[in-house]
Design a protein around this ligand. Sequence first.
Ligand code: FAD
Length: 465
Amino acid sequence: MNTETYRYSADVPVVADIDVLVVGGGPAGIAAALASARAGARTALVERYGFLGGNATAGLVGPFMTSFNGDSSEQLIKGVFDELVSRMVEIGGAIHPRYVDAGTSYAGFFQKGHGQVTPFDPEAVKLVAAEMMEEAGVKLFLHSFFMETIVGDGGVEGAIILNKSGTQAIRAKVTIDCSADADVAFRAGAKTEQGRVSDGLTQPMTMFFRIAGVEDEKVEQYILDHPDEISPFSDIVEAARKAGKWTINKDQIGLYKTVQPGVWRVNTTRISGKDGTKVEDLVHAELEGRRQVFFLMNFFRANVPGFANASLVDTASQVGVRETRRVVGEYMLTAEDLITGKPFDDVVALYSYPIDLHSPTGGSVEFDENFHTANVYQLPYRILVPVETEGLLVAGRCVSATHEAHAAIRVMPCAFALGQAAGAAAATAVKTSSRLRDIEIGILQEELIRQDVVLPQNLNLGARD
Ligand SMILES: Cc1cc2nc3c(=O)[nH]c(=O)nc-3n(C[C@H](O)[C@H](O)[C@H](O)COP(=O)(O)OP(=O)(O)OC[C@H]3O[C@@H](n4cnc5c(N)ncnc54)[C@H](O)[C@@H]3O)c2cc1C
């Protein structure tokens, strides 16, 4: 561990001395903080924006990809995820995934991996997630940027943050890195990897945006009338490409109907070859992403049925980054594990989403048939535990997995599930005075089941109703 990284001046005030600190308030961080607090740990969460949600809000990313098994017969990801969704449904901010089938407009007309997705309103995430934190007693540090990891003799001991009040220290027995970029782990000197093995390149970035004034039925009718297209709207893209009128490095259009009539999300811009941990690349991506948004608005109005009178609602507050650093953990998940459904004694979550690899250089999305994942696969606790680093867990996009395995488990329901596992594990370690890598897995699994998490022990008890 690199103790050189702990270098803030001694007069930084300690504003909290707690059991568990969660850095990052996206899907993983929301679930980690709630699971930790509900398991009895004094918990705080640091988030750079003034609201929670991460890519689900700031990134305008959606829908929540499937939370069910591969054949859509059983919901695998419940716990915090399902509670949040159900509460959003109550206020008109989501449709429960059990009612959303693959191939529908809410699923972007895609089949593979798109059964039982959850369309939602990002504003509902902001409100409901914050209310859940308040009820669970999580101390929120919003508008607060993680700066530096506090590393002491015993390992990671919290973080230095920066906000309008100044520089502040939060001391914690366990810190959970849910920053998506493994910022806390990296600053602690933990081992990380990035991108694919051959050249280190990552999946491309995408600037999401929303469009209003769409005639929903016309879009749906077009898809019904074109069942032979390779992927939704691919004929339109191909014709435009041949005519020299398509300049985006992507060979399909991702259009997702939302819970608001006439409003669709667009997942189609593409910025390749950039590194989401480098500020100059992020600056480039923000500008290039918005250029592509305005190109696409004109393209849709002119070429896509149902979009003639469409207008731009908003672009995401920040460009969507699919992949950056992944920690090297006690176990590194592989594509093979997902394909074979390898059982793990320390299983903490179940999932099914396929390997969804957007080419780092080309225009394709590679749902490769060689990568046909099991109907249910298992995620072990050890992918949350960085090697040679004490006092730290990771969850969400930066867990220990190969580039290929990461392409499946990066989606939001899985980030919630892994966050919940990390939060419950951190609280278990504090309660039992154990090192994170030594906690009794049986106790952790019991706590997760108490929190309505689906594990092999209770699988099939709640099949689809
Ligand atoms: C373009 C794109 C399309 C996608 N499509 C889908 C989809 O359709 N469905 C789906 O389910 N998933 C999709 N995903 C994947 C998914 O959005 C992410 O992998 C997921 O959000 C990861 O969750 P997370 O909590 O790890 O990270 P994030 O959602 O990125 O949350 C990280 C949080 O940490 C905060 N943070 C980061 N650094 C700091 C810091 N230094 N200080 C303070 N706070 C910090 C951020 O502000 C953010 O709130 C997509 C991703 C992208 C980029």
